[in-house]
Design a protein around this ligand. Structure first.
Ligand code: IMP
Ligand code: MG
Length: 195
């Protein structure tokens, strides 16, 4: 009975917690505490796998900024971190054309174990492009840690090494992710409400 009440209030909370960004409405999807628990789990996996290595973490801006900060804090060690920025999304859809806005310098990655920190893998075009490029530039090993993963949207031969939460193919915002640059600062994750 108690469990029933809990499920009911959980559903009620989600449907009542709504935000509006420009022309679109979103409802609560993943509360912050679930996001943080997932990051804590992958931080443990990464820490274990990297214990005998000297990895270069590459935070992928802008969407991953909260994930990068929370994950690095949980890793709590003497790790090297740099940033890169790519763009492929317009509005609520992936364009498939990757723009390198802040690229990585080849000398930075040569011979290194590179761990990419990404907010979400959708079609996978962005990360496939970046991972191939890093390999061409001489990285010894390229790993991918993604906070969120939409397996049903994947259009590339790509397998993230560390996955926070798998989600259905829906457009989401919050916890760093945006809709037309809006919504990045919300602590919880919201999904689009299809009217
Ligand atoms: P991909 O190249 O299609 O995998 O798209 C990757 C990028 O698109 C991600 O790094 C995000 O910045 C953005 N993106 C993908 N799905 C969403 C979403 O549901 N909301 C907001 N941004 C998204
Ligand atoms: Mg991103």
């Amino acid at each position: 009975m108690n469990l029933l009440y809990l499920c009911f209030f959980n559903l009620l909370e989600r449907s009542m917690k709504r935000i509006r960004l420009k022309d679109k409405e979103f409802e609560l999807f993943i509360p912050e505490k679930e996001v943080l628990a997932a990051i804590e789990r992958i931080a443990g996996e990464i820490k274990e796998d990297m214990k005998d290595k000297n990895p270069l973490f590459v935070g992928v801006l802008n969407g991953a900024f909260m994930f990068i900060a929370d994950l690095m804090r949980m890793l709590d060690g003497s790790y090297e971190l740099t940033f890169a920025r790519y763009s492929s999304y317009k509005g609520t859809a992936s364009t498939g054309t990757i723009q390198e806005i802040l690229p990585l310098h080849p000398t930075d990655v040569e011979g290194r174990t590179v761990v990419l920190l990404e907010d979400i893998v959708d079609s996978g075009f962005t990360m496939s492009y970046v991972m191939n490029k890093l390999r061409e530039q001489g990285a010894a090993e390229v790993k991918l840690a993604t906070m969120l993963f939409k397996p049903a949207a994947l259009k590339c031969d790509l397998k993230p090494d560390y996955i926070g939460i798998k989600i259905p193919n829906e457009f989401i915002v919050g916890y760093g992710l945006d809709y037309d640059e809006m919504g990045r600062a919300y602590r919880d994750i919201y999904k689009i409400v299809n009217n």
